[in-house]
Design a protein around this ligand. Sequence first.
Ligand code: GLA
Length: 388
Amino acid sequence: MPSQPDLFLEFLNQFEGKQDTIRHFQAPARINIIGEHVDYLGGIVLPAAIDFSIECLIRPKDNNSIILYSSDFDRKTEIKRPFQNSKEDPWSDYIAGVIHELESLGHSIPGFEMLIKGNIPQGAGLSSSAALEVLVGYSLSTVFQIDLTRPEIAVIGQKAENNFVGMKCGIMDQFVIANGKKDHCLSLNTDSLEFNYHHFDLGENEFYLVNSNVKHSLKDSEYNTRRQECESALAKIKRIDPKITNLYSFSLDKSEWKQFDFTEDETKRVIHVTTERERTKSIIRTLSSGNYAEVGKFLYECHWSLSQNFEVSCEETDEIVRLLQNRGALGARMIGGGFGGCVLVLDKIANFFKTSVELEKSYQQKFGYPVKFYKFKISDGVKEIIHS
Ligand code: GLA
C-alpha cells in the first residue's frame, strides 16, 4: 500500500482541487473459521476480519456527478442514473449497486469523487467485493450523514451484490467486514443477525492462508446453483413439515429422509449443511478451551464435506489440503465460496517454514504454477482513518 500522502497525491492528480475536504476510509478482508455455505440457509458462521484491505478517498462535489477512479485498474469512470452494469469497469458495479440500494431506501446521494485502492487478492475467496460494498456504504453514510448501523450497512452491501451484481451471496462477508473486531472472531446467526465476539489466543499456533492461484468468479460459478439446490431441498421438507423454516434447523435422522424424495445432489447438499451445524457447535466450544488439535480435526472434516458433499472445491485446493493433512498440519480447509481461491491452515508456528517449502515444491511440480502464502492479523471492521 502506498503511504497516505501518496494516496492523497494520487487523488489530487486525478481530480485536482483542494485536499481539505477529502476523507479516508478502509475496509478489511475476511477469513471464515467454520460455517461454510450456510449463511444463506439461516446457519451460524464464525468469520473474522483480517488486515488485507481496500481503501477509498472521497470528496463531495457541488453538482450531482459521481466520478470514480480505481487505482488498481488505472481506470476513471463516471456512473450515471439509472445505473447499468458496466462492461468496461465491472468493479464500478459494486459501487453503483450500493448507491442504488441506499436510494431505494429513500436516502439521497449527492455527487462525489472517489479513489479506490486495495491489496486484497481478487478471486481468492477473501471477499474483496464485499469489502468494496461495505467501504462504499460506510463512507457514503458517514460523509453524507445518513444514520445507519453497521449491520444495516452490511445488509445494504449484500443486497447490492444480490440485486445489482447478480451473485446471490449470503450475509457473512459484509457482516464481518462491517462489524469485525481486532483479535476476535464473531459467531453470527445468519437467521436473526444476532452475534457474539469470541476472543481467541492461538498461543504457539497460527492461522495462515495458502492461495491456490485458481481464480474463482462467484458470479459465474456454481454458487447460485448450490443455493437453488438447497432451496429445492427445503421446499420438499416443508411440504411434509411446514414448521421447518430454514435448512439449517432441519435435524431429522438420515434414516427418515426417504419421505422427502431428495435428488442425489440435494441429499449431498443436506448432508453438508446438517454436519456443518455440528462441526460449528464443536469448534465454538473447543476454540475457547484452546484445544487446537480438535479444532483442526473439524477444519479437515469441513473441507472434505465441502469437496464431496457440497462440491464447491477443486482439484488444486483438495491437493493443498491433502498435502497438509499428510504432513500432519493441525487443520486446513478451503474458505469462502470455493471453486479455487484460498485454503485456511491452522498449524504450529514452528512448522511453517518446512511445510511451506515442501508444499510449494509439490504444488508447482503437479500443477506447473506456484501457490502463495499469506500471514495475517485479525483486525477491526470498516473504519475512517483520521489524519491530524
Ligand atoms: C461467499 C459468499 C458468502 C458465503 C461464502 C460461503 O464468500 O459471499 O455469503 O456464502 O461464499 O460460505
